[in-house]
Design a protein around this ligand. Structure first.
Ligand SMILES: *Cc1c(COP(=O)(O)O)cnc(C)c1O
Length: 369
């Protein structure tokens, strides 16, 4: 491996000269934020591309999630997964909601619907699930549990841009889904996020909430926040959309190359085959099993010495962080599958510019430890 280190991701950037006309337009009309023309165009084009009814663009995915919970007036307790990025649970604490962690399924690493019902109490108002790595949750089972117990469903779909399941866009499930458009995600506007909902009335509330709760010039009816996406980020989004199919195709080639290269490495299990019809290849997670020659952390360190920086997504579990550790649902006994998978997982580099030769070198390094 050469001296240039390889990281888990590198943002895709569209050609700079194609950004210039957008900047000229912004400079010309002096509209830089607050539902500008580029913001509105991006919302329309994303609805079309993703096959969804309504989208509200945000400054980032976290503020989108915090706002989504507020819009649905979620209170009390929310059932969620410990196996995610910390923003998932932080959005609950920011709304004064108590997270209740439920274990995950061993195959998808998403929340286990079989364990949800036993965690429901009279205070439970919603389920906040994550389509981890863009792999779909068991949306049908989650929906039927939610219906039975009159709970709202929010999907943290930060990883799931463009993923389709048996009934079209995965984002159409639940009351609300949120996207992150951060630099590390499949579709990025540097920083950015979005709320997706089927109900047009929910979109109206979301749009007011992301603009301080302002209804019109003299009326403020909701305790909103500033979550608006600027025209600059919207311009980037419009350009990214032009390249997104190419970007996902490149990711697919890398995904295939890893699967071939690692197919007969004893003790390395590639995650996948989780039921989606169209994937976005957002991550390439592997599990390091006891049959492998090294522990997960030894492999992680050795690869780093070779200049390949892998990530232990998601380790530690959210429930291990100090603001969650005291919860009864954070006890290891409650989360055996999540605890085990978090100790085995490694995400390998995957991004459109990663040459296939590098992928092969990474596979050979893993094979020859
Ligand atoms: C990236 C991410 C977020 C946060 O999104 P930002 O746009 O960075 O605020 C939330 N949840 C998950 C699962 C993520 O991976």
């Amino acid at each position: 491996m050469d001296i240039n280190p390889i990281f888990i991701t590198k943002p895709f950037l569209p050609p700079l000269d194609e950004l210039m006309p957008y900047l000229e337009q912004i400079w010309e009309n002096k509209i830089v934020t607050n539902n500008g023309p580029l913001h509105n165009e991006l919302e329309l084009k994303l609805c079309d591309y993703l096959g969804i009814q309504n989208i509200s663009l945000f400054a980032n995915g976290t503020v989108a999630l915090v706002t989504a919970l507020k819009a649905l007036e979620i209170t009390g307790e929310v059932i969620t997964t410990p196996y995610s990025f910390v923003a998932t649970s932080h959005s609950l604490l920011w709304n004064g909601i108590k997270p209740v962690f439920v274990d995950i399924q061993p195959k998808s690493l998403n929340i286990d619907p079989e364990k949800i019902e036993e965690a429901i109490t009279p205070q439970t108002s919603a389920i906040l699930a994550v389509h981890c790595y863009g792999h779909p949750c068991d949306v049908d089972k989650i929906e039927s549990i939610a219906k039975k117990h009159n709970l709202k469903v929010i999907y943290d779909a930060a990883h799931a841009f463009g993923v389709e399941c048996h009934c079209g866009s995965l984002l159409n499930h639940g009351d609300i889904s949120i996207l992150s458009l951060h630099a590390t995600k499949v579709f990025n506007t540097f920083e950015g996020g979005a709320v997706v909902c089927n109900n047009p009335e929910t979109k109206i509330i979301i749009d007011q909430l992301k603009n301080f709760g302002i209804t019109d010039e003299t009326i403020v009816n909701l305790t909103g926040i500033n979550g608006k996406m600027s025209e600059f980020n919207s311009a980037l989004g419009l350009l990214q959309l032009k390249y997104i199919d190419q970007v996902i195709h490149k990711r697919k080639e890398i995904d295939n190359a890893y699967r071939t290269g690692l197919a007969d490495v004893k003790g390395i299990h590639c995650l996948g085959d989780t039921g989606e019809l169209i994937s976005n290849y957002a991550y390439f997670p592997i599990l390091v099993n006891p049959e492998y020659s090294l522990s997960r952390d030894e492999l992680y360190e050795n690869m780093k010495e070779h200049g390949v920086h892998l990530r232990r997504y998601f380790y530690p579990l959210i429930s291990e962080f100090p603001m969650y550790r005291g919860l009864a649902s954070s006890l290891l006994d409650n989360l055996p599958v999540a605890t085990q998978k978090a100790s085995q997982v490694l995400c390998l580099p995957i991004y459109p510019d990663l040459p296939l030769e590098k992928v092969n070198e990474i596979c050979n390094l893993i094979k020859n430890q």
